[in-house]
Design a protein around this ligand. Structure first.
Ligand code: SAM
Ligand code: SF4
Length: 424
């Protein structure tokens, strides 16, 4: 979502600015921020500290902070950081040209964290030459999970009209794009509040028919709202890739209840079985939080057990971080930092075994890869993803970048696969 928002900023400002690789060349330096955990917030302040010298050397360069930390902190950021020119919240992105003009003309430092219940006017263009694209289909969230700051910094849930989404995808495909990932905090409730009846699976059906769309993905799907119709979509819609990110957060029922997640571990595992029945081989990834208030050792072991039962192919895991305004931040039974650290390490170990096993299961298989570029580690090798989202690296000519090719999987590592290009 932040990648998409940053892309929106670049597109919205495209008439007045172009992107530069080097900060020393910039006339405008924008930092897009995340406040989901405190650590990301701290990183913003430390980056701003490091930029003080650059701003002294280039006083004409405008420095702005946008996104969730900006939304949350507003004018406090201007007080904390005297060399900052502009603070703009999650909806301020769409008012950037006007804000920058005002900053230049009035010479006053500005804050814009205004929030409107209306969906902002998403620009809907794509950066030229991109193969893959994120497309926002909804903004905000009404779920109020007790740990989560999103409803406070991104506002209520609002769905984008189908016609706008279809147009954005069509234009992208017309420019040579191949893969689209639909974005929303809870894509399963897409369509609520829109005129005319449209569900998320129906939207997927519409997009799957567009000529040229090779791969369709989405994130994030809330386990509570995962419908049978959506599960069937994996079997029935050819571009829909065989991978789902389904954040479970915890494997203990008392924790799930206190998080306000609206499902039990049994419900989650039952949905996983249904997904695997409808779409054998579907890859499953998740998000997990350790050290949520009140999490006991036995709760944590329930999480480790659930990981084994669900056999996740991949997982993102986080130490619980108390966030402003959220209910859980005020729960009395906070877990000590040392316990969180120890549980995170144990959880990582279990997931590493599962991720390696997931990669090993693919040994010997022939699979389709969308070649995205060069490998990050060995930049003489090509790199891409399988439909299941596994990363694969292999030798091949540079001209293959952007193409769909077939490879045979030869090696399985922890975070990637090694393969040979098929001759046919
Ligand atoms: N909407 C998605 C959902 O409901 O699954 C997730 C959105 S959130 C931006 C991404 C992940 O951050 C969550 O799934 C959760 O694991 C993690 N997260 C959110 N708030 C957190 C907190 N206060 N402390 C630690 N992790 C958190
Ligand atoms: Fe946060 Fe996701 Fe829960 Fe919404 S559904 S409150 S974004 S964790």
């Amino acid at each position: 979502m932040n990648v998409y928002d940053s892309e929106q900023m670049a597109l919205i400002l495209g008439q007045d600015y172009e992107l530069t690789e080097r900060a020393e060349d910039a006339d405008l330096y924008l930092i897009n921020t995340c406040s989901i955990r405190r650590k990301s917030e701290e990183k913003v302040l430390s980056l701003l500290g490091r930029l003080k010298t650059l701003k002294q050397e280039r006083p004409q360069m405008l420095l702005g902070v946008g996104g969730c930390v900006a939304q949350q902190e507003g004018a406090r950021l201007l007080h904390k950081v005297p060399h900052l020119d502009l603070v703009f919240g999650t909806q301020g992105v769409y008012r950037l040209p006007e804000l920058l003009r005002r900053r230049r003309e009035t010479n006053r430092r500005l804050v814009d964290t205004a929030f409107s219940p209306e969906l902002p006017n998403i620009c809907g263009q794509s950066l030229p030459g991109a193969l893959q694209k994120f497309v926002t289909i909804m903004q905000g969230c009404d779920n109020y999970c007790t740990y989560c700051v999103v409803p406070y910094v991104r506002g209520p849930e609002r769905s984008r009209p189908v016609a706008d989404i279809v147009r954005e995808v069509e234009v992208f495909l017309g420019q040579g794009g191949r893969e689209v990932t639909l974005l929303g905090q809870n894509v399963n409730s897409y369509g609520r509040g829109l005129a005319g009846e449209i569900t998320f699976p129906a939207l997927l059906g519409r997009l799957a028919e567009l000529p040229g769309l090779a791969r369709l993905r989405f994130t994030t799907s809330h386990p509570r709202d995962l419908s049978e119709e959506l599960i069937r979509g994996f079997a029935e819609l050819p571009p829909l890739c065989e991978h789902i990110h389904l954040p479970v957060q915890s494997g203990a029922n008392q924790i799930l209840a206190r998080m306000h997640r609206g499902y039990r571990r049994e419900d989650y595992l039952e949905r996983v079985s249904r997904l695997r029945e409808a779409c054998p081989g579907i890859a499953l990834s998740t998000d997990l939080i350790v050290g949520f208030p009140g999490e006991t050792e036995s709760d944590f072991q329930d999480t480790l057990r659930l990981m084994q039962e669900a056999a996740f192919d991949g997982a993102f895991f986080f130490k619980y971080s108390p966030r402003p305004q959220t209910a859980a931040a005020a729960f009395p039974d906070q877990v000590p930092e040392s316990v969180k650290t120890e549980r995170l390490a144990r959880l990582k170990e279990v997931q590493e075994q599962l991720s390696l096993a997931s990669n090993q299961r693919l040994l010997g298989e022939v699979r389709e890869v969308l070649v995205e570029g060069f490998s990050k580690l060995e930049n003489t090798q090509l790199s891409g993803r399988l439909r299941s989202n596994h990363v694969v690296n292999f030798d091949g000519p540079q001209e293959l970048i952007g193409q769909m090719v077939r490879v045979r999987i030869k090696r399985a590592y922890l975070h990637s696969l090694g393969a040979l290009l098929c001759e046919d």
